[in-house]
Design a protein around this ligand. Sequence first.
Ligand SMILES: Nc1ncnc2c1ncn2[C@@H]1O[C@H](COP(=O)(O)OP(=O)(O)O)[C@@H](O)[C@H]1O
Ligand SMILES: [Mg+2]
Length: 361
Amino acid sequence: MASITIRNLSKTYGDVADAPAVKDVNISVPDGTFLTLLGPSGCGKTTTLRLIAGYITPDTGEILVGERQVSSPAAVVPPEQRGMGMVFQNYAIWPHKTVFENVAFGLKLRRHSHAEIQKQVQKSLEQVGLSGYESRFPNELSGGQQQRVALARSLVVEPEILLLDEPLSNLDAKLREHMRSELKELQRRTGITFVYVTHDQAEALALSDQIVVMHRGAVQQMGSPYEVYERPANRLVADFMGLMNSFQGQVEPGANGAATMTLADGTALQVPAPAGLVDKKNAEMVVRPENITLRAAEGHSGGLQGVVTAQTFLGNLMELTVRLSFGQEIRVQSHPLTKFSVGDAVSLALNAESVSVFVQA
Ligand SMILES: Nc1ncnc2c1ncn2[C@@H]1O[C@H](COP(=O)(O)OP(=O)(O)O)[C@@H](O)[C@H]1O
Ligand SMILES: [Mg+2]
């Protein structure tokens, strides 16, 4: 199997005056990991994947597979000589070929023997749960089955690395979730290094060992699903990874790696100190709705106070809107059987561990 190292990779389409599609990207993908490139549409995910695959020449930087350089501005090893498979969003399977012929294509191209092709095609159809479908045509398959054909076709050449570009985005929600766990299981079973592209943060959280969050061609953060969700490196990452409440205020350093965040109404909260904080700074504090606990208001109790102004029952949870004493409205997620309802006065406790504070320039 194989690791991938990406160093200082940049690519601008067209003119130098255009914004780069990929900007000084550094990523290391350990052998056998499931790594996901995550970010909004247009942030450079597909371009990065196509650079890794060898379809595009970088303007700067290099890509290594193991110790071997496969891409640099001077030389690009062609896609079929990289030990990689690629799965596209639109499947890219041939409508006039059977499942067998679609899957066999890569092996025929490589001039494998008839017996070898039979064996390998059967094996990869088995891996994706499509044994028995060899003679069907794509229009006789469901969307999920067509996506499996595309997967089998990329697995048949026994790649060390599989590149997948939003492979589940054309499937309905239920099937998408099902295919998610199958992909994860396939990756575990085969030990193939996966580089997966999606704009769907839930999908990235569920599938990945490592997530690389991208924005406008640049890497914002690389970390485990827990790290990018609970310890976002900046506001862009926090915002992209899930719902959040944002508070303006001032932060100053305290003892033992803690800091004090003072909000608009004078409420002071103990928070984890932002890196490099030496004196008082304007800052933004972000807290996810599930990290706020409501209690019955206790008159003078200090801390954040508010009134519930709306509630929405979402089945597995209750989402409440709370107007704070200084006018700001925030979202809170509670157990569906929460005792609070519209009009109740509440005290709010923030889970200090899951608060992020970003110092403003
Ligand atoms: N072939 C191309 N020619 C010119 N610009 C492109 C081309 N492909 C992508 N881009 C531009 O590069 C940027 C990154 O695109 P892309 O890598 O496809 O992003 P993503 O996959 O994250 O949606 C976008 O601004 C997009 O418009
Ligand atoms: Mg894309």
